[in-house]
Design a binder for this molecule. Structure first.
Ligand code: ADP
Ligand code: MG
Length: 697
């Protein structure tokens, strides 16, 4: 594995071309789409599920909705043109008749279905217009007295144009060769394997490709079989080895010492209108210890929305200043960055610490002025958006970078910020996330980071009452907004997310604004959306903060960062279209003061199953970690990891809910990394191949 500090990990484009022997370019290209780049990869391309072709079922005995295998003779085969072009074959066995229907078909299939042909057909029978039928069955010509397979038939993940039969043949050939060459040798030291009670790898792989006749189909399908467990363990181990090694390598680098006794941090703490919560004190201690170490911090700070991460960021930045260094804070959106900027200037101006502001929308002259001050080291702290990582920005003595909402930034962007430091050391890096990452996910995909968690909200927050309301009762919700504002409070009204069209989303927001203005003539209503110019946006937000605007109609731009304690009502239209994390973030905008607060989730019927499940989760839970855990269960890890891990293969076989196995893989990785480098290397090569180069961002 090549590991380089200053270059982003290789992209798809600079990978070597696929290396297969005896496979045509067209097939190799399709294998490439499955992530299979060399013959050895085929061996580890494991079945998605299995089909039982060990038995034949008489047509008469077929149960609707259950897949079964039939041996039949074709009695007629024709192309029909109504209601659309399709191929219809009538087949029979001794017990009955069956129709096979193909909506797409190749001439070769038509030929194979000639009258009189004997076939083995596999599929799910259902009652159709023509009687019992199977749509798009799998079938092949049945040889005379062709024996039935003795074991279950594997079904592999595949891609368009690559049939199961072809893929199976390629995999079997690769497997046979690998076995003959002894290439599936165990990468785990025998003692470790026995201690963990895991079966041998070669036997496990063979079992999964070719399950023996007596195996439990259920254990195979639910992946509870020891053979699956072994594969899952190996995959997790590869992930742990690569991420923990990246962690260790960075730890071996030098970093600026940010260990000054902390005049400024003390002043800030003394001057804050509140005391840090116990959780905040704990994470600040963890971070301060990292900063004082001679190697770079690589820490993820997690905390639910409103848990108070900003003040921790401020303390860390001041520690850098106390030690004679600069610090930069980057946020993914203008509004979020601005919110940080405002908070920091409010806290730090009294301490005599200037904060520079860099954003894409500011005037060139203003930006140039700040850049100059930062470059000269005259200003120690910088807050901004992507504008921070542009070429023109240079730091005199960068010691610490903080990235908020890290999952929204790509690897390259985070690297770019990090690389603004001096070349002989690596700057300290803190990333912050308001989307709590479930523990198992943090332990696996984030294993290259140390994690701190603020698991406590500041005192004095009022719990937010969540209500699910059908949009047929919108009038009542409008009345509720009137009431709240009549009592001096304020409300957010979030317009539906329309992913397909930004123009449509804008139109809906404008219409909602007009409707509410007509319905609530006594109130001042503001509108904020992504198309407003930054100063227009700032003006609306400022008016809302000052309670000159009482109802803020918004697209999701208020998703992060807005802090208006007087706002007590959050209305979200078409809540069923939002993700759980988004809903949780939005809900976190209210309940920030001492007044009773509510979040009303308007939904439109009919609700799909997933939408219903999501709304139930948000209704029943107020803890962001619990919501994330259930979200992970519902949708898998893709959404959480976002841009972070592009380039790192997703876990294919391991189950992120199997905490015990993840923990075993983690401690095994630590053990192996302390021991034999060759073992580590061999395991990584086996599982990650050319993809083992890891992100160092
Ligand atoms: P988040 O973690 O979502 O970024 P913020 O840092 O924006 O949260 O904090 C939310 C609000 O809580 C801010 O107004 C902040 O000043 C306030 N706050 C932070 N820590 C405390 C505390 N220990 N006690 C009271 N209020 C706090
Ligand atoms: Mg925040």
């Amino acid at each position: 594995m090549r590991w380089s500090r200053r270059t982003p990990s290789s992209s798809l484009a600079d990978r070597p071309p696929p290396a297969f022997s005896g496979i045509g370019a067209a097939v190799a290209e399709k294998l490439g789409r499955l992530g299979l780049r060399r013959e050895a990869d085929l061996v580890y391309h494991l079945p998605l599920r299995y089909e039982d072709e060990t038995r034949l079922t008489p047509i008469r005995d077929a149960l609707p909705g259950v897949s079964a295998q039939f041996e039949v003779e074709v009695i007629a085969c024709d192309v029909a043109y109504r209601p659309r072009r399709q191929l219809i074959a009538k087949v029979r066995d001794d017990s009955g008749l069956l129709v096979l229907r193909f909506l797409n078909f190749y001439p070769s299939q038509q030929k194979a279905l000639a009258t009189g042909a004997r076939l083995r057909v596999f599929g799910e029978v259902r009652g159709g217009f023509f009687g019992a039928e199977i749509i798009h069955p799998r079938f092949h010509a049945a040889g005379d007295d062709e024996p039935l397979p003795e074991g279950l038939t594997p079904v592999y993940p595949t891609t368009a144009g690559l049939g199961q039969a072809t893929l199976r043949k390629l995999i079997d050939r690769a497997l046979d060769r690998a076995e003959a060459e002894g290439a599936i040798g165990d990468t785990l030291p025998e003692s470790l394997r026995c201690r963990l009670g895991l079966p041998e790898l070669a036997a496990s792989i063979r079992t999964l490709h070719h399950p023996p006749p007596d195996i439990s189909l259920e254990q195979l399908e639910t992946r509870g079989h020891p053979a699956w467990r072994r594969v899952a363990f190996d995959e997790l181990l590869a992930q742990q080895l690569s991420l923990r090694r990246a962690h260790a390598l960075r730890r071996a680098c030098g970093a600026p010492l940010l260990a000054a006794p902390g005049k400024l941090t003390e002043s800030l703490l003394a001057q804050l209108p509140f005391r840090l919560t116990a959780a905040q004190q704990r994470v600040w201690k963890e971070i301060a210890a990292d900063l004082a170490a001679p190697h770079p911090m690589q820490r993820l700070l997690q905390g639910d929305v409103g848990s108070g991460k900003t003040v921790i960021a401020a303390l860390a930045m001041l520690r850098a200043v106390d030690s004679g260094y600069q610090a930069a804070l980057m946020a993914p959106t203008e509004i979020l960055a601005e919110q940080h900027y405002r908070k920091l200037t409010q806290w730090l101006t009294p301490l005599g610490v200037e904060v520079a502001w860099l954003s894409g929308s500011q005037k060139k002259r203003e930006r140039a002025t700040w850049q100059e001050k930062v470059g000269a080291g005259a200003t120690a702290l910088v807050v901004g958006t992507h504008a921070l990582i542009e070429d023109g920005v240079a730091f005199a003595r960068l010691g610490l970078t903080i990235v908020d909402e890290q999952h929204r930034f790509g690897v390259r962007q985070r690297l770019a910020l990090k690389n603004k430091g001096a070349t002989d050391t690596v700057v300290h890096q803190l990333t912050m996330s308001a989307t709590p990452i479930p523990r198992t996910l943090a332990m696996s995909y984030y294993a290259d980071l140390d994690v701190s968690v603020i698991d406590e909200l500041p005192p004095g927050r009022t719990p937010v009452l969540t209500k699910l309301v059908s949009d047929a009762r919108r009038d009542e919700v409008v009345a509720r907004v009137r009431d709240a504002c009549g009592q001096g409070r304020q409300a957010y009204w979030v317009c539906p997310l329309i992913e397909e069209s930004e123009a449509l989303q804008l139109k809906t927001a404008q219409e909602t604004f007009e409707h509410l203005t007509a319905e609530l003539p006594e109130l001042r209503i503001g509108l904020v959306h992504g198309r407003l110019k930054p100063d227009e946006k700032a003006a609306v937000m400022a008016a809302f903060v000052a309670n000159e605007v009482q109802v803020l109609v918004a697209t999701t731009v208020i998703e992060v960062g807005v802090d208006v304690p007087n706002a007590t009502l959050m209305v979200i239209e078409h809540a069923e279209r939002f993700g759980l994390a988004q809903l949780h973030q939005l809900r976190g905008r209210v309940g920030r003061g001492s007044f009773d607060s509510a979040c009303i989730l308007l939904y439109a019927r009919p609700l799909g199953e997933t939408a219903r499940a999501r709304l139930r989760i948000i209704f029943e839970n107020s803890d962001g970690f619990e919501i994330s855990r259930q979200d992970l269960h519902l949708r898998g890890p893709g959404e959480f990891i976002g841009a972070r891990q592009s380039g790192l293969p997703m876990l294919r076989y391991a189950d992120l809910e199997d905490t015990a196995l993840i923990e075993q893989a983690r401690s095994a990785a630590e053990e192996l990394l302390r021991g034999d480098e060759a073992v580590v290397q061999r395991h990584l090569e086996r599982w990650l191949g050319g993809r083992g180069e890891l992100l160092n961002a």
